[in-house]
Design a protein around this ligand. Sequence first.
Ligand code: FES
Length: 152
Amino acid sequence: MSGEKKEGAPSSYFIGKKEDLIQAKRITTTIDGRDILVVFHQGIFYAMDQYCYHAGGPLVNGDIEEFNNKLCIVCPKHKYKISIAEGEGIYKATNPREKVPTARWYSKGIKQRVHKVSEVNGDIFVTLSEVPGWIESDYYQTEKGKEEMKKN
Ligand code: FES
């Protein structure tokens, strides 16, 4: 059963069997009131908040591509790129003050909360991030943020 707490590990939740999740490639689930996305990509599991930090876009439908040597999920709504391992927002831009303006990758910092995925004997668990402070994707986990998403 999804979202079940693991015995003895207060913040780890069973989300499914490894083979099932590999086959599904992506699932969305709610653990401890938080809506998350779990992705299996190139042999690795990743977990992050389900709604894009920018305006709550459905990351479950985002393509995964590499930009600037980082594997990113591209939000289907406005194409923001978010590194799937760290939750970093990255973008490409040119600085018009440069003699020869050249497009470069820049970081916006960590914008999407990512969670830890672990495996125990073929069972997959997610441990919610305990990074303190506000990360922008937190907003779309609140009632207010969810209301706003419905309007858009
Ligand atoms: Fe994701 Fe705008 S909502 S890029």
